[in-house]
Design a protein around this ligand. Structure first.
Ligand code: 6PG
Length: 263
């Protein structure tokens, strides 16, 4: 395995700002090189503070957001207005214009370039996560980035959080996702980690195809899993190991980095 770049900062706020800066940098490079950028964002507690920084004038003005496509690594199988929805976080903190917003409000990513996983339609029509997964594959085929020689989409940037159990995306330790052929797959509700809801997730192999991967992890609850990331190579046992890539930058606060090998 080629190793990621590790950036350890004092606290979560510094990590969120550093992540926002690297997202802007990656999107700028992609737009300069190919005229558009395909950014896959994530869920959980990590992205919200990053989105707030991206709305600030110093960063928002660096990117032609009209050329950005926004995707999700995974989604909880809930409606987009549900408190557990990953898309809801972006809708509220990244995209929505609010009266009195400094600097112009939400980011002007065209609505057709915002590609949430279709949980709303699935639930409304009585379908399950498998249906939503199949629709996301179709959306990627229709509007996604170019693919590599193996047929995997080459995203310009994939943002990841890390679960306390070492999961990334919605790929949990011992997950059967690794054996799936599909690019996007349904995931049964995990019982060992919150929230206990079904998921839809991209296959973790998209990470190795991506131009850049950005892992942001803060807090002592993640330290043990991060430390274990370097004690073996079995990605099925500890999925975060799949982000030990030369194309990856891991932004950690000191609490999360406490168990990393030194030197
Ligand atoms: C999700 C995310 C998931 C998340 C981790 C970390 O849907 O929950 O995609 O991979 O990044 O669970 O979440 P926290 O940062 O909230 O611990």
């Amino acid at each position: 395995m080629t190793e990621p770049t590790i950036v350890t900062l004092a606290d979560a706020e510094a990590c969120s700002l550093a992540a926002a800066e690297r997202i802007v940098e990656a999107l700028e490079v992609a737009i300069d090189d190919r005229g558009e950028a395909h950014w896959v964002t994530t869920g959980g507690s990590a992205p919200g503070p990053i989105y707030v920084h991206l709305r600030e004038p110093g960063l928002r003005d660096e990117v032609d957001w009209r050329r950005v496509h926004l995707w999700w690594t995974d989604e909880r199988f809930v409606p987009p207005d549900h408190a557990l929805s990953n898309a809801k976080i972006a809708d509220e903190l990244l995209l929505t214009h609010r009266a009195g917003d400094p600097g112009g409000g939400g980011l002007p990513i065209p609505i057709d370039n915002v590609h949430p996983i279709a949980t709303s339609m699935a639930i409304a029509e009585g379908h399950g996560p498998d249906w939503a997964a199949a629709r996301y594959v179709e959306a990627l085929q229709a509007d996604g980035p170019d693919t590599n020689d193996d047929g995997w989409p080459v995203f310009d940037l994939i943002l990841l959080g890390l679960g306390p159990d070492g999961h990334i995306l919605s790929v949990f330790p011992g997950s059967a996702v690794w054996d799936a052929d599909a690019l996007v797959v349904p995931v049964p509700a995990p019982t060992h980690v919150e929230p206990h809801v079904e998921r839809v997730t991209m296959h973790p192999r998209v990470l190795a195809a991506a131009r850049r991967v950005l892992v942001i992890t803060t807090g002592g609850s993640k330290a043990a899993s991060l430390g274990r990331a370097w004690t073996g190579d079995d990605v099925r046992e500890l999925p975060v190991r799949a982000a030990r890539l030369g194309t990856a930058t891991w932004i950690l606060d000191e609490a999360a980095a406490a168990d990393l090998p030194r030197g």
